[in-house]
Design a protein. Sequence first.
Length: 528
Amino acid sequence: MTDIFKFLKDIKTVNWLKGLLYGILITITYYSALKIMILFDWAREDYSHCYLIPFVVLYLLWEKREVLSVIPSKASWVGMLPLILGLSLFWVGELGGELFSIYISMWFVLIGLIWLHHGWKKIKAVAFPLVLILTMFPFPYFINNKILLNLKLVSSQLGVMLLRLFGMSAYREGNVIDLGFMQLQVVDACSGLRYLFPLLIMGILIAYFYRAALWKRLVLVLSTIPLTIVINSLRIALTGIICSYLGTAAAEGFFHGFSGWMIFVVSFAMMIAEIWVLRRIAPGASESFFALSGSLTQRGNVPVTPSGEARPANLLITPQFIVATLFLVLTLGISHTVNFREKIPSSRPFTQFPLSVGDWEGTRQIMEQKFITELDLSDYTMIDYKNGEGKHVDFYVAYYESQRKGESIHSPETCLPGSGWVFRQAGRVQVGIAGQSGSIRVNRAIMEKSGVQQISYFWFPARGRILTNAWEMKFFTFWDSLTRQRTDGALVRIITPVYGNEEVKDAEARIEGFTEEIVPVLDGFLPK
């Protein structure tokens, strides 16, 4: 018994046992989110670099080993604050179907446990690698799309300008560049902006090892964004030029992969050159590059435990350990035993949606299975309606029985611009309902592409509510899963073209009249 007690009092053994238990609890609690992140999110080209980040973080922690060894651990109840915040974010993400909240939740839980058992000084010593962990978490879908889409549009515009300077004929629609003999699609074939995040992280790491004034390091990090856009624009232009000589196969052959890696090589070289320039602008006395921050010679005034001073007892069973474990076990138990999402089927199958609505006659459209799988739809309908004058209205409904992590409604605002449509006028309007005294509030936008205009209405019916933006959807998904065990919802999108012989107000009257007639019919298919 004495030997066991001595074993459990050994500081390294106790820390390993606590870490192992916490690791098991966190892994089981966050298993579904971790599975999606590692197997699906990181498998996407935009985030494939995330597989390397854990190893980078481990190296940075190992580099700090000497500094950490001389900082005494000091348990602090203040660590309960980030721990409770992390567990609260877990429930926000779990009930709201938002993966990013769950990812951030894991990070706060980790910070809270370290702070709880080892104190603020050790957190401060390893602050950079702990913050770097955040870079392995993919952004929410709608935020990620907006960031990358806008940057891709800028990159494709610059690419077209460079091609024209070279004397080539080039025309852009969204992310598609038409060269006459072929089309370059920046989303896929010229996906150099997928290097934006890894290059930004590389810039952060280089700035970390660059011992200089803060403003110099910030300039280095922020410069990676325009650097990526410019280099990718050069890549797009070079692809078009090479294809004009070697044929379209060159865009997807060896050059395609090689040019992607060249973005990294050229960007790295340019950042090193940037450091060379920065070191000659107001140079500091201690300015240097790649100084190992974990070395005892670099640590400065690190508090060292005086010789002979007794460290605090390191028993496995401490009040902090009991409370933290209890919180984690309760979270794990409730999340795996209580069903917060009942699958609510549509009131009627959408295959039965009528093709005749008032004066409108429709033709049903079929979506390819790969798109159904990608969107995680429970049911849908796509119908092209035509009135007596032969003018069209496209009607689309996507229904979700349950919005779970990674399976939620995608707004048209994140996908239509990528195909070249530009939102010229966007806002919200009230639309009356046929046979009813009330009205509904919907998103309305005038879209343009190649001189063609369309008017679009879209909204999100959700459990008796009409919602108009992603933030509303997330909040009410969380609230209804907590109070009603329901997360079902739908996207409704209606589009009509502005014909060449009519004014916008005429198309507006057409889509508004169609909406008034279709909403009462749609209500019969959506659960209340």
